[in-house]
Design a protein. Sequence first.
Length: 274
Amino acid sequence: MALGLKDLFTEIARMHREGVPGVVATVVAVGGSTPRSAGAKMIVYADGRSLGSVGGGAIESVVIDMGKNLAGSRDAKLVSFDLDEDTDMACGGSMEIFLEPISAGPEVLVVGGGHVGQAVASVAKRTGFRVSVVDDRADMVTEERFPIADRRFVGGVELLGRDLTVDASTFVVVVTRGHRFDSEWVKALLPYGPRYIGMIGSEQKVGMTFDGMRAEGVPETALASIHAPIGIDIGAETPDEIAVSVVAEIIAVKHGMKDTAMLKDKPDHKGRNR
């Protein structure tokens, strides 16, 4: 399907806004006889669907396969094709195609749909993050409770690696309804290496939770990566104040001020008003 530039960029903006992984393939140079000229574009989605065209036939099939592999990554790629040798297309020409992943922007994953989770989601959205929310209670992650969320999920840790994608660019805020659930989520999240994991709770509760994880074999280096008690100490008490504290810490990590954020006095959230 051919796309006008306006349609193309409207779709790219939507994918960026909604966190849809994909790749923009652009013909940047041609030589000899080719099916499309320089400037032709195509969007490739992670599931292999495409919009636009860079030439059809074998060349397009190869580009779609490459795009699927790059979708969700941060690595752009310039590829060159001899249409006779590389694709069996009897054009006699050559093409260079630039594959550029669509950046989805930073995401805050809020684990827990209570009052603090609602407040964190709201502040994170207003400060430019995409927001996803997950809770195992369907009534806690409704559109009414989280109208600004880009994605809402019902379930537990079994969603990780399936519906929930967590990687080194994800900021995770763990504010479930109890420390047992907090611990379960943190342990499950650690292998995915998110950019930030913050867990709510008082110093005493955090200490007890960490002791339990140590007993289960969680290494000290992993525990040291967890921001707990969560947030920067601003004397926060209400859910909205806690949310400001938490998102401030996330922003500090985002801008490379991790050590500064971790060395500040930590708040002693009591885990109330979750």
